[in-house]
Design a protein around this ligand. Structure first.
Ligand code: UDX
Ligand code: UDX
Length: 451
């Protein structure tokens, strides 16, 4: 099938960059990204230095393709109708109420999206799940589409995104693999081929893996769970290092030199953040429980529990540190460097613990706005009546360092590695969360970057 028009619903961290790269690499296809939030669309159509998503290389891609064959629009119905292929990239957060609250994925937006697709479609469509979803969601989407449509054929594919924020454009240019799950029926296989043909414009054929829908859906959850499990494993060992005098960085290097293990994702940290790892593991835990696999569920749940333990441990170290006038500067609010995304960032939980211990807290991040920082803390405390947020946000790093007695490095922004902290403030105490959580830190030291 020849695809001429693609529509993507959801102009977020996944939908925006992914569609920009598809448009860049496939100039013969019109790619339109729609979103329920008109302000976001306005921003995608606005100045390149103010796009809603910050990603190295993204502005250049948008510059080349926008207006040529890449469009951002708030006309959801018209663009659904026009497209032969529709990507669904709306967010699927963890449920906060009802059955599975705190674990299962909230499919509200996703299902609403499916209803829209059914409602506005007048011709057959290939519908692609881009968001991470529980296994067997495709089945549910198919039901919704069929119930709400008038005899139109929808073919559902799973094409999970493996991009990591901060390196999204490079990940999209040179993916380790592109995974496409589809039905084993003739029409299913035809749809799979249509999507393979799109990626084949820049991804070598041997890296495009086609599977059945359930394997594809589960592979995304499992990949994220395995990556997060490595981080929790190394973080759990960092505690043992502190007790025994071993060095966690030396341990990581020694372990990673075994080619069967490999060096990646073995950096000890204040705990992983981001919109995916915790959500996907909890999703996996919920799925295991649903099938009565309590032991398997508990195994994966431990990955999240160790992550919480690590965040608490870091905050507790600062709380327990004996100092007469404790003023803590948190360096970094994004969940990792080179992104403005703060979802599930360890910084939020660490700042919150410090504030709850009545410690004076301020923050500096090169990419995250004061508004976002306040919003994150207010959201975390939304159950608390009369919550008063007392935090200072600096725009100038030097001033921030001069005015505080402790600095906690939580995000591995490159600019934090180039500073001689003691030159700016000779009395400052450094708590480095990136790899050196194991040491009593009072001298200049900076942890490892992200993997
Ligand atoms: C995606 C995935 O969809 C999620 O499942 C995955 O685990 C992480 O990546 P992401 O792109 O990071 O989400 O989310 P976000 O940046 O919040 O973007 C989602 C967009 O969808 C938002 O711009 C939101 O306005 C839009 N949206 C949401 C709609 O257009 N319609 C809706 O009904 C709901
Ligand atoms: C992750 C997956 O890597 C990606 O394939 C998937 O599509 C989405 O989820 P992302 O969350 O954007 O990507 O970033 P990632 O680089 O995986 O980092 C996640 C968290 O783990 C960050 O907080 C990072 O600082 C932390 N991390 C990473 C460590 O603590 N130690 C490491 O060794 C590596």
């Amino acid at each position: 099938m020849q695809i001429k028009n693609i529509c993507c619903i959801g102009a977020g961290y996944v939908g925006g960059p992914t569609m920009a790269v598809i448009a860049l690499k496939c100039p013969h296809i019109n790619v339109t990204v729609v979103d329920a939030n008109p302000d976001k669309i306005k921003a995608w159509n606005g100045p390149l230095d103010k796009l809603p998503v910050y990603e190295p290389g993204l502005a250049e891609v948008v510059k080349e393709a926008r207006g040529r064959n890449l469009f951002f629009s708030d006309d959801i119905s018209g663009n659904i109708e026009k497209a032969e292929m529709i990507f669904m990239a709306v967010n699927t957060p963890t449920k906060t109420e009802g059955e599975g609250a705190g674990m299962a994925a909230d499919l509200r937006y996703f299902e609403a999206c499916a209803i829209d697709i059914a409602k506005f479609s007048k011709t057959d469509k290939i519908v692609i799940e881009k968001s991470t979803l529980p296994v067997r969601t495709a089945e549910k989407i198919k039901e919704i589409l069929e119930e709400n449509s008038k005899g139109i054929h929808f073919e559902i594919l799973s094409n999970p995104e493996f991009l990591a924020e901060g390196t999204a454009i490079q990940d999209l240019f040179k993916s380790d693999r592109v995974l496409i799950g589809g039905d084993e029926t003739q029409s299913g296989q035809k749809a799979v081929q249509a999507l393979v043909d799109i990626y084949a414009n820049w991804i070598p054929k041997e890296k495009i893996l086609t599977t059945n829908v359930w394997s594809s859906e589960l592979a995304k959850l499992a990949s994220n769970a395995m990556l997060a499990q490595r981080i929790s494993s190394i973080n759990s060992l960092s505690v043992l290092c502190e007790k025994t005098g071993a060095n966690i960085e030396e341990l990581s290097t020694a372990i990673g030199m075994d080619h069967r293990i490999g060096p990646h994702f073995l950096k000890s940290s204040v705990g992983f953040g981001g919109s995916c790892f915790q959500k996907d593991i909890l999703n996996l835990v919920y799925l295991c429980k649903f099938y009565g696999l309590e032991d398997v569920a508990e195994y994966w749940h431990q990955v999240v529990k160790i992550n919480d333990y690590q965040k608490n441990r870091f905050a507790q170290k600062i709380i327990d540190f004996k100092l007469s006038e404790k003023k803590v500067l948190i360096l970094g609010w994004a969940f990792k460097k080179d992104t403005n995304d703060t979802r599930e960032s360890a910084a939020i939980y660490i700042a919150n613990s410090l504030l709850k211990a009545n410690i004076n807290v301020s923050v500096y991040d090169p990419m995250v706005s004061e508004k976002q920082i306040r919003k994150d803390l207010e959201l975390l405390n939304s159950n608390e009546k009369n919550y008063k947020l007392n935090i200072k946000v600096f725009e100038n790093l030097n001033n921030a360092l001069k005015e505080n007695s402790i600095v906690a490095i939580v995000t591995e922004w490159d600019e934090f590695k180039r500073i001689n902290y003691h030159l700016i403030n000779p009395n400052i105490h450094i708590f480095d969360g990136r790899g050196i959580i194991t040491k009593e830190i009072t001298k200049y030291s900076i942890g490892l970057g992200n993997d």
